[in-house]
Design a protein around this ligand. Structure first.
Ligand code: GUN
Length: 293
């Protein structure tokens, strides 16, 4: 049984990004620059943003965090985004979600220059992913794919079940796993809160990717012997401990490979964000008009 070591794989990816950043500095005289916008005081978002800032420092990416008051208006936020899109010094823009009530996230995301969209949430990048064109990919599902690749766990021809249908993880995850790419070609089922018999569907799966945010939702009886589990869930238990969407301790002797929480997908999300920022730097220079290939 394999414990998938997200910390190790993420550290290797960050090292690769660090080398890419050094090469960019030598060639262009400056490092890639990531702008992060955090609106309001959501506690989880504040922690995520600090991780992102720390990772930027480690790989040599310049980051600037814009902490905007929770009472920021849609108009003010859009003006701010427009300025960041216009600025030639900014290579990547990340709008931390969720936004406070009253702000329209989809409207904001659609304003971001697709070439600076390091989260891959702009409709252009979502469309690119859905039809198999190159583009910036959402960090968490991209990180899951990198873990599968690293350990040679090809989902090709396998039954994969994604639990959750969010725009951030579930939907792009299903697209990546079913894509006609070397680590795609899975037969994917997307389950969600209205799926009647989640257990029956999960029991068919060779690969389960839970991303729904419910502690220990996936129990031992829902897992086929030998299945691979990549747990995207991140839940805080009453005792303060972090826990994924899987009843980890009780599935350990059933699975063939599993990610721990923490130390699985989380570090990969941050590392792929770093890789996307380098990609965004190159994309804007090499493909100024967002061509289709
Ligand atoms: N909130 C939770 N996950 C994410 C993410 O990957 N990107 C952004 N921008 N916000 C998030």
């Amino acid at each position: 049984m394999l414990i998938i070591d997200g910390k190790k794989v993420a550290a290797e990816l960050r090292q690769k990004v660090r080398n890419d950043v050094d090469a960019i500095v030598r060639e262009h005289g400056r490092a890639p620059h990531l702008a992060v916008i955090l609106v309001g005081d959501d506690p989880a978002s504040q922690i995520y943003v600090r991780y992102k800032e720390k990772a930027c420092d480690e790989v040599g990416i310049v980051s600037r965090i814009w902490r905007l008051d929770g009472s920021t208006t849609q108009c003010a936020l859009e003006k701010h985004l427009a300025e960041l899109c216009e600025s030639d010094d900014i290579d990547g823009i990340l709008l931390q979600l969720p936004l406070p009530r009253g702000l329209d996230a989809n409207r904001c995301l659609a304003m971001i220059d697709p070439r600076k969209d390091v989260d891959g949430f702009h409709p252009e990048n979502v469309g690119r992913l859905s039809i198999g064109l190159p583009g910036l990919k959402p960090c968490t599902p991209y990180g899951v794919m990198k873990l599968l690749e690293y350990y040679g766990l090809s989902p090709a021809g396998k039954q994969a079940v994604v639990v959750g249908r969010s725009n951030i993880v579930g939907k792009p995850m299903a697209m990546l796993l079913s894509a006609q790419t070397p680590f795609g070609n899975a037969t994917v089922t997307v389950c969600h809160s209205r799926t009647p018999d989640l257990g029956a569907i999960c029991r068919q799966a060779d690969l389960i990717v839970p991303a729904i945010g419910k502690a220990k939702l996936i129990t031992r009886d829902m897992v086929k012997p030998g299945a691979v589990i990549v747990d995207v869930g991140m839940n805080r238990l009453p005792d303060g401990k972090l826990c994924g969407d899987v009843d980890y301790d009780n599935v350990l002797d059933v699975v063939s490979a599993i990610t721990p929480v923490p130390g699985g997908v989380g570090p990969m999300t941050i590392a792929t964000l770093m890789a996307n920022t380098v990609e965004a730097f190159r994309w804007r220079r090499e493909r100024p008009l967002c061509p289709v290939d």
